[in-house]
Design a protein around this ligand. Structure first.
Ligand code: DLZ
Length: 158
């Protein structure tokens, strides 16, 4: 097992060998979302998830994550979905609209209760902040571990 001791949520990890995950990742801010994706994939594999049980799909921007997750949830193949994106504050109010629209959409999907949808969208002021979170803080792994724990939680009601 890899060392996740620096992460906020590592704790005791359930065996994820029988779990299937979807990851939807944005093309916007790709250097950052690629790093998040790598962290998430490495963490899922370290938790025992096989490559064939992980489905990765791309959408243009964070705003499209909601539709991307919704379609994947309908498909029924995965036990949880991890939405990976990065919104960087600019000079216009667009940042606030994208952040609130995306967050509300992901909340809505979780309230539907079909499967857990993990909010892996970084909302930052600068690209430096984003790179710090995606690389040194390994937020992608943190999001993946959250997904593993939520699937175990969901299965506890089966
Ligand atoms: C338009 C836009 C802007 C300005 N900034 C970002 C961003 O920082 N991160 C991101 O993921 N997407 C951004 N987008 C694109 C929107 O998410 C979306 O793709 C468009 O508004 C079209 O729906």
């Amino acid at each position: 097992m890899s060392d996740f001791s620096l992460l906020q949520n590592a704790g005791e990890l359930p065996d994820a060998g029988n779990m299937r995950f979807g990851i939807i990742v944005t093309e916007w801010n790709r250097p950052i979302t690629d790093a998040l994706l790598k962290g998430a994939l490495d963490a899922l594999k370290a938790c025992g998830v096989s490559e064939s049980s992980i489905s990765v799909r791309r959408v243009p921007g964070s705003f499209e994550l909601v539709y991307g997750c919704s379609r994947m949830a309908q498909h029924g193949y995965t036990d949880a979905i991890i939405a990976l994106g990065c919104v960087i504050r600019g000079d216009t109010p667009h940042f606030d609209y994208i952040c609130s629209g995306t967050t509300e959409g992901l909340v809505h999907l979780n309230l539907e209760g079909k499967i857990p949808v993990i909010n892996g969208v970084l909302t930052v002021n600068t690209e430096e902040q984003a790179l710090e979170r995606a690389n040194r803080m390994n937020k992608g792994a943190e999001f993946a571990i959250t997904a593993v724990k939520m699937v175990a939680y969901a299965h506890s009601f089966d």
